[in-house]
Design a protein around this ligand. Structure first.
Ligand code: DC
Length: 366
């Protein structure tokens, strides 16, 4: 069995881990493990247990008995009971998390549960020690970062506490204190490992950051691609030049022409997607001498749900529908002439253009 895909994301508070991890997990159709939610839930259990929170032994004893996981809807739960999101994310609870997070026994207990949740599964894990302790073997490790000012602005922007939002300065101070705690704890401290890709998210769109992460994941783990388009990839693929016969099981054999790119065949637009009637879509982007072709399925033209393809790999999306390939300069290109397709052109909105630019930045660097 293929080794599961694990994308581990660490970084300080406010770097955008949760938003990005959610998006990547959704786009790839895989599990997202929010380990911070587990620390938050454990902290709330400590605070409501009526024990002396300054007594580390008592804290560890309470936490050590908790079974923490997630409901099918994604709510963090303790012993099968879903926890109140607002309560675990309240400023009061957030201020106390260090009592659990600093304690080696609490951490060991939570890490064991985190590893059990992702065992044998494809997952995006976000936290402080995802790349170093929870999943040191992850295929892709990301250290997501942003400047302290940007992180404080984001936190104020999604303020969910009671009363009016605090000032950016106050939040910046609080974040600095959390950074200090996160980076200096003796076990499971936040560290940027050498293997982790350091992504600084100031000024970047969430879609762009998520696309960058997916593009790196695709390079390390081709499975990602198959997973993302799995419902549509029904015929076959090849890395060989020449003619390949493929069969879909219903319409008989297909012949696909593989050929070298020529200038006349270079698809032309960087801002347009084409779509067929069923919502499947294909589009092309040209960057220098490289052509990125993407394909997938989306309800709206221009709303890209597609995933760009690996260099020199072609995927037939469906007989009678669109093929897709990536064509780098001088490499093979595959396409299938199709019948019965009603084309439908639409501009890509700026969000989707950001996303594709991020893919290109990784897969087809200048
Ligand atoms: O990611 P978050 O802000 O929801 O995390 C809440 C706190 O939990 C954070 O201050 C540090 C701690 N934490 C941790 O120590 N280890 C993790 N893997 C995740 C979170």
């Amino acid at each position: 069995m293929a080794r599961p895909l694990v994308i581990a994301i660490d970084g300080p508070a406010g770097a955008g881990k949760s938003t990005v991890a959610k998006l990547v997990a959704k786009r790839l159709g895989i599990l997202r493990l929010d380990t911070g939610a587990m620390y938050r839930a454990a902290t709330r259990a400590v605070l409501t247990a009526g024990i002396d929170a300054d007594d580390p032994v008592a804290v560890a004893a309470v936490v050590g008995r908790l079974r923490i996981d997630f409901s099918a809807q994604g709510a963090v739960q303790i012993d099968g009971v879903a926890q109140d999101e607002t309560a675990i994310r309240s400023p009061e609870n957030t201020r106390e998390v260090w009592r659990v997070a600093d304690h080696p026994d609490c951490r060991a207990h939570l890490v064991a549960q985190q590893q059990a949740i992702v065992r044998g599964r494809d997952a995006v894990i976000e936290g402080r020690d995802a790349t170093t302790v929870i999943a040191p073997d992850a295929q892709l490790k990301i250290y997501l970062d942003a400047s302290p000012a940007e992180r404080a602005r984001r936190r104020v922007g999604d303020w969910s506490g009671s009363g009016s939002a605090p000032s950016v300065e106050d939040v910046a101070d609080e974040i600095a204190e959390r950074d200090r705690r996160d980076q200096t704890r003796s076990f499971g401290a936040l560290k940027r490992s050498d293997e982790a890709l350091h992504l600084i998210t100031d000024g970047l769109s969430t879609d762009g950051v998520a696309a960058t992460i997916m593009a790196h994941a695709v390079q390390r783990h081709p499975f990602v691609l198959e997973q993302a388009v799995a419902d549509q990839v029904i015929v076959g693929r090849s890395r060989q030049p020449g003619y390949v016969a493929v069969a879909d099981g219903t319409a008989g054999a297909w012949r696909l022409g593989l050929t070298n790119p020529t200038p006349q065949r270079m698809p032309g637009s960087t801002t347009t997607v084409t779509r067929n009637r069923g919502g499947r879509q294909a589009g092309t982007l040209v960057q220098g001498s490289a052509v990125l072709v993407f394909a997938g399925h989306a309800a709206e033209p221009g709303h890209l749900m597609a995933v760009p393809m690996l260099p020199q790999t072609w995927y037939v999306i469906e007989p009678g529908a669109w093929h897709a390939c990536i064509q780098a300069h001088g490499t093979i290109c595959a396409w299938a002439e199709t019948t019965g397709i009603v084309e439908d052109y639409a501009p890509l909105d700026s969000q989707r253009q950001d996303e594709l630019a991020a893919w290109l930045g990784v897969l087809v660097p200048r």
